[in-house]
Design a protein around this ligand. Structure first.
Ligand code: OGA
Ligand code: NI
Length: 370
């Protein structure tokens, strides 16, 4: 099917089919997108097909040679600190994204969690189903498309989410057994890197190094671990619809397949995988507390014939569920000439809002504007 055929199909769909029913039937399988691929489908179900106007717009999008900045963290505890802080500031103000290398997390830790998440998704479907839920009170949950029931178009991906709250460290026995050790080891490392990055971001804002840490930015975190199966018709759907992240900061580990794109200078720019590298992006909450100095930028994942692609995001969410704390533009960053442009918010309020909106509903920041 080419794109114009798809446009006709989707135009019909608006009137001809009961989307909610098909979405529910897909959800009821508890087997996710991988279940469809395993069943050998050649045409993707229409709940995944993007609206015709989006498909047409895609045809006019340009290729670009720009690249998300790569920052070498070697020497961050020594004579390179100032240079690194300058690079972090420039990236956070313009791209909202950068990649880091020499960040201190051993390559085997990265490889093992990617492998662990792949194994989780590829194990017997009955074992996976035990984790299938949309109940956000569960700290470990597996499902396909957190916004399945209210998005316009479903994404070609399944996700295992692991949440950790401030006061109670999650009991690792709750993690799925196939990836338990790998997840535990990765969390230990990625949270430490998170602290370093919050120090660099504090300095980049002209604050003392401990500032963002002291207000609790790295306190609670959630790991959405994604599995993007190969897609028979990748031009008709997306792995993840464009969105910004409901976090202070996100550290993303991607495998070597590629597909992540960042919206920069009015076009989608691919984030090239780097062996051993990690992608870092500013989330909505940091945009607010920095009073718009740092940018929370839209990004998405394209679907591909080649797969599965595995990625592991780590959203740092501040004091969220356990000890709610409100955040607003940091006093030191505002003045008479630069008044606060956002109101105070509770991360938990934003987080629950975010989870009752489609992934591409980017009104969260607007709702917080004064
Ligand atoms: C996310 C995200 C990108 C990816 O989890 O918010 O943007 O490459 N993931 O999986
Ligand atoms: Ni994201």
């Amino acid at each position: 099917m080419d794109i114009s055929d798809a446009s006709r199909t989707t135009t019909q769909t608006v009137t001809d089919y009961d989307r909610a029913k098909e979405v529910q039937a897909f959800d009821d399988t508890k087997a996710g997108v991988k279940g469809l691929v395993d069943a050998g489908i050649v045409n993707i179900p229409r709940i995944f097909i993007r609206p015709p106007e989006e498909l047409v717009e895609e045809l006019t999008s340009h290729q670009t040679n720009s690249q998300v900045p790569v920052i070498d963290l070697d020497g961050v505890r020594g004579n390179k600190l100032e240079e690194i802080v300058d690079q972090v500031r420039a990236a956070a103000e313009t791209w909202g994204f950068f990649q880091v290398v020499n960040h201190g997390i051993p390559l085997n830790v990265l490889e093992e969690i990617i492998e662990g998440i792949r194994k989780f998704n590829e194990q017997d479907v009955e074992l996976k189903k035990e984790f299938y839920t949309r109940d956000r009170a569960r700290n470990v949950r597996f499902n396909s498309n957190f916004d399945l029931h209210y998005s316009r178009t479903a994404n070609w991906r399944d996700t295992l989410t692991i949440s950790a709250l401030a006061s109670t460290d999650l009991d690792p026995n709750e993690y799925p057994e196939v990836c338990r050790d790998a997840v535990r080891e990765y969390i230990k490392n990625v949270t430490k890197l998170g602290e370093t990055l919050f120090e660099l971001l504090s300095l980049a804002l002209g604050l003392k190094a401990e500032h963002l840490q002291e207000i609790g930015c790295p306190k609670e975190y959630t790991l959405p671990c994604h599995y993007y199966p190969s897609c028979p018709q990748p031009d008709l759907t997306l792995g993840a619809t464009g969105h910004s992240d409901p976090s202070f900061l996100t550290i993303l580990l991607q495998d070597q397949i590629g597909g992540l794109q960042v919206f920069h200078d009015n076009q989608w720019v691919g984030v090239q995988p780097i062996v051993g590298g990690l992608v870092v992006n500013i989330g909505d909450f940091l945009e607010v507390v920095s009073n718009d100095k740092f940018k929370s930028v839209n990004h998405r994942v394209v679907a591909g014939h080649v797969g599965p692609r595995v990625s592991v995001a780590c959203f740092f969410m501040g004091h969220n569920a356990e000890i709610p704390k409100s955040y607003g533009p940091i006093k030191e960053l505002t003045s008479e000439e630069n008044p606060p442009i956002y109101r105070d918010f509770l991360p938990s309020e934003c987080f629950s809002k975010r989870f009752s909106m489609a992934v591409d509903d980017n009104s969260l920041l607007h709702q917080l504007k004064l």
